[in-house]
Design a protein around this ligand. Structure first.
Ligand code: LER
Ligand code: MN
Length: 270
């Protein structure tokens, strides 16, 4: 398993659960210094990253770029893949295709979390899931051609009413018949939705493609009441060897949150 840390460059997400904020060079430097193997970047759009010094910063640091988050497609641009408006869905897919093109350059994956959307008004859950599945199928094919992985992230009930538990997400993702879409298991969302986090991970097995490592209260791992021992035991049992990515509030501040998370990583993941 490899330690990873999140960096957000999205102003509209201020107050959200990301460890480092705004200053990309400093975050990469600090992540490296603390012993992280990789970073996960949450950006407002692809253009911001193209015009940043990302390529040079990543090359110099020798850190891997694990994944790009696309949640800004929702929080900033109000795009979802299950919108009743076909034009919004297409703009949502175009937004994500941009990140897939970028991810190819870094051997990174692309996360689809908040852009899954929700059903409301006269739209049924079945209809919204159908639109979501259509979009994910197309994006899966596009990403497969680029050799990029997609990580689908189930969220808790206050963020989506589509799919909240791994047992529901596994058959949904399987039905897409895509070889490169896996599940991002966020331990904060799972703490709220799963009967037993370790069992849910065990049952999802090889579908687990990425972990958001965070405590019950969304503070860094070790500062809440999640019992991580059985969770890491389950991850080892399923042979998970991917990223364990710190996605938590910068509590008490970014540097301390990053230090706390890698301390917890070393305790549990080894
Ligand atoms: C993003 O990874 C996430 O977990 C969502 O809850 C967005 O805040
Ligand atoms: Mn998450």
């Amino acid at each position: 398993m490899k330690a990873c840390v999140t960096i957000s460059l999205v102003q509209e997400a201020k107050g959200g659960p990301f460890v480092f904020w705004d200053d990309l060079p400093r975050a990469i430097r600090k992540g490296k210094e603390l012993g992280y193997a990789a970073v996960e970047i949450f950006a407002p759009d692809v253009e911001t990253l193209v015009h940043s010094n990302l390529q040079k910063l990543v090359a110099e640091s020798n850190l891997e770029l694990a994944a790009f988050g696309t949640g800004a497609g929702w929080v900033k641009h109000k795009l979802t893949l299950s919108s009743p408006d076909a034009a919004v869905r297409e703009r949502g897919r175009a937004f994500i295709r941009g990140f897939i093109d970028l991810a190819k350059l870094y051997s990174a994956s692309v996360i689809i979390g908040s852009m899954q959307g929700r059903f409301e008004g006269s739209v049924t859950r079945e209809q919204a899931l159908k639109w979501l599945a259509e979009s994910l199928t197309g994006l899966g094919q596009y990403a497969a051609k680029a050799g990029v992985g997609i990580l689908y992230e189930p969220l808790n009930r206050y963020e989506t009413n589509l799919l909240n538990r791994l047992e529901d997400v596994v058959p949904f993702v399987r039905s897409l018949q895509s070889t490169n879409i896996k599940i991002l298991a966020d331990l904060f969302h799972m703490n709220m939705e799963e009967a037993n986090v370790a069992d849910a991970l065990r049952q999802a097995g090889g579908w687990v493609g990425h972990i958001h490592f965070v405590d019950s209260n969304r503070r860094p791992a070790g500062l809440g009441h999640t019992d991580f021992a059985p969770i890491f035991k389950a991850l080892k049992e399923i042979g998970y060897n991917g990223y364990i990515s710190a996605e938590a509030f910068p509590y008490p501040d970014s540097d301390a949150a990053a230090a706390q998370t890698i301390k917890a990583f070393r305790k549990y993941a080894k």
